[in-house]
Design a binder for this molecule. Structure first.
Ligand code: BTN
Length: 267
């Protein structure tokens, strides 16, 4: 048993899977990604997950504050990657896909937005996001932390006013509460399967499925990357997870990250 590292540790749930042997649950933490990293460093262990009821300093991409009130899924899975390094850029897409497939099991239809957003299909409001961090060099991957944030049993008044027309929760769209831990178990199972197929299919299957869920190739996008704004048509996603944008002058530009706004379908 790994020693809990904070007083608000609640419980260890055993989880019988290659990628995760235990889920450590906490009440309040700063960020589950940071707790997972600390547990790894203190206990020299990998392949476990951390969930928290509330995060007080959760963060998303570009370090943006991630509001994480009670009722949501705030989770981090820390793994020793067993897939080929060349697929690391696909991992956020694979995680988003695993969340989307799990939500489908609850009859919630979503759309994926590159690189890591999960949107409710009917109104394009954000249900959740993925933040993958880790120690990856040119030649090896020591560990990856897969942070998944999903608004589950949350009511709109738990979020700040400026977020309210951009986000939603599974409760808001279904009017039903979901057991957060059960939901996370299902996500982990889907993720485990996805990680197996990534090597077996050279990333192709994950990429193909992600493109179907994202339906991105019909969309005009505005991408801000390194403070430069680009506008064009989403052209393709590469097997390393990069997005290709076709500019109006015909140039093809590849992005590995960026702040993306959809300007609507081109059809
Ligand atoms: C995004 O920018 O869309 C990604 C958000 C990821 C948030 C999750 S919540 C659990 C984990 N802990 C964090 O501090 N961030 C991630």
């Amino acid at each position: 048993m790994v020693k809990p590292i904070m007083s608000n540790f609640i419980k260890e749930y055993k989880f019988n899977s290659e990628i995760c042997s235990s889920i450590y649950s906490y009440s309040n933490v700063g960020s589950t990604n940071n707790i997972a990293r600390t547990i790894m460093q203190k206990n020299n262990t990998k392949n476990f997950a951390v969930v928290a009821q509330v995060q007080t300093s959760g963060y998303g991409r570009r370090g943006n504050f991630w509001e994480s009130p009670q009722g949501g899924l705030w989770s981090s899975l820390l793994i020793e990657p067993s897939f080929d390094l060349k697929f690391v850029g696909l991992i956020p897409c694979l995680c988003a896909l695993s969340v989307a497939k799990t939500l489908k099991q609850y009859k919630i239809d979503t759309r994926l937005k590159w690189p890591n957003d999960i949107l409710f299909l009917e109104d394009n409001n954000k249900l959740g996001g993925i933040l993958v961090e880790g120690k990856v060099t040119q030649v090896s991957m020591e560990y990856l932390i897969i942070g998944i944030g999903l608004n589950v049993n949350n009511r709109m008044d738990q979020f700040s006013p400026q977020l309210r027309n951009k986000i939603t929760s599974t409760y808001i769209v279904k009017k039903e509460e979901i057991n957060v831990l059960e939901l996370y178990h299902k996500i982990l199972k889907n993720l485990e399967t996805g990680l197996e197929v990534i090597n077996a299919s050279q990333g192709e299957l994950v990429l193909r499925e992600w493109k179907e869920w994202a339906n991105i190739l019909d969309f005009r996008l505005k991408i801000i990357s390194n403070n430069i704004q680009y506008e064009g048509l989403a052209h393709d996603i590469l097997s390393d997870g990069r997005l290709i944008l076709r500019m109006d002058d015909g140039r093809l530009i590849k992005f590995s990250s960026g702040n993306v706004t959809s300007l609507g379908s081109n059809q």
